[in-house]
Design a protein around this ligand. Sequence first.
Ligand SMILES: *Cc1c(COP(=O)(O)O)cnc(C)c1O
Length: 389
Amino acid sequence: MESTLKRTWTEIDLDALIRNYEKLRNKTGAGVKFLGVVKADAYGHGAIMVAKALEEAGTDYLAVSSIDEAMELRLNGIKMPVLILGHTPREQVERLIEYDITQAVTCKAKAVEYSEEAQRLGKTLRIHIKVDTGMSRLGYLCDGDYFNTGIDGISEAVNMPGLDAEGIFTHFAVSDEPGEECQKYTEHQFSLFKSVIENVEQKTGKRFKLRHCANTGAVARYPETYLDMVRPGLLLYGYGEFASELGLEPVMTLKTNISTIKIYPAGTAISYGGIYKTTHTTRVGVLPYGYADGFFRALSNKCTLMTSMGPAKQIGKICMDMCMIDISDMPEVVVGSEIEIFGKNNPIEDLASIAGTIPYELTCAVSKRVPRDYIKNGEIICKELMLRM
Ligand SMILES: *Cc1c(COP(=O)(O)O)cnc(C)c1O
């Protein structure tokens, strides 16, 4: 479905995405495969279009968090390898195999379930073993006292009938954080990971084809962790300090426009709760952009949005569908003028920092009411409306 309305929309620059991908590929080198993380609807950028662009550009693998996300890709024509990072219930193993989807195996109980199901079907499920080296989330626990039981459990899974352990991976907890302590922690996670692989390969006599661990922080800062494949998300989309250091570009621009302009005398309370009172005659722009579009209400009265004449202060409580900005002394800003919420002229990192969060959360928060204009070769190729029609 095409969007016709110019209310609030995102521009997804697929050219920038591919330039980012190519720069990262240059950095990681020819011998290293590349997995693009497209979970959470490609961090809010649109998983189908992002996956298509990455597939066309020669990315080796994609990762998502659930079977629903994987099926979305398959049912929309994505043929390349897809890894599910999260859990899939055993009833879905048949679909995993039918649709040629790779599943992460995170503990013995899952390995047993998947192996039983695959055998029952007389088929093989391709898996990547997940190792918990210090993220303390999913994966075979292998640190400290758990080393031997970890090795045993993983080796058992590698040898289970019905499972093809193509890969093994771990996830870094603080590879993107500064300081010596975080560096030590990351180095410990990495050396533990290597040692787990070595021990399992020795014990089973099998070799993992794809050993991977480098997320955004590690791709930027720890080249020794690239192994067979890197696995970044955020860097591809061009946000954060590492992206700017590497010369990557933001892929998403979020825009709105002015629907109404009002002029209020000094002392006028603006919006719910009257938390903002004008101190002078104020020209107020009403924007069709509110918390139901993904604007955090906690940002009320705290941030600026970008006009053609510079930043305008957001004033008063952010409403569900609207918010107000102060455009006094901005005569060029008129009804219909475009306002950039974040993007190439208004860094998302600034808004994220005021909101006390990270860019990931802001791009993921853009709601389905906001259509996406995809740009390829400098032209809008599709205006995607996410509402069900
Ligand atoms: C989300 C995720 C990534 C990507 O993380 P970034 O910080 O965006 O690079 C990589 N691996 C796993 C297991 C993840 O869950």
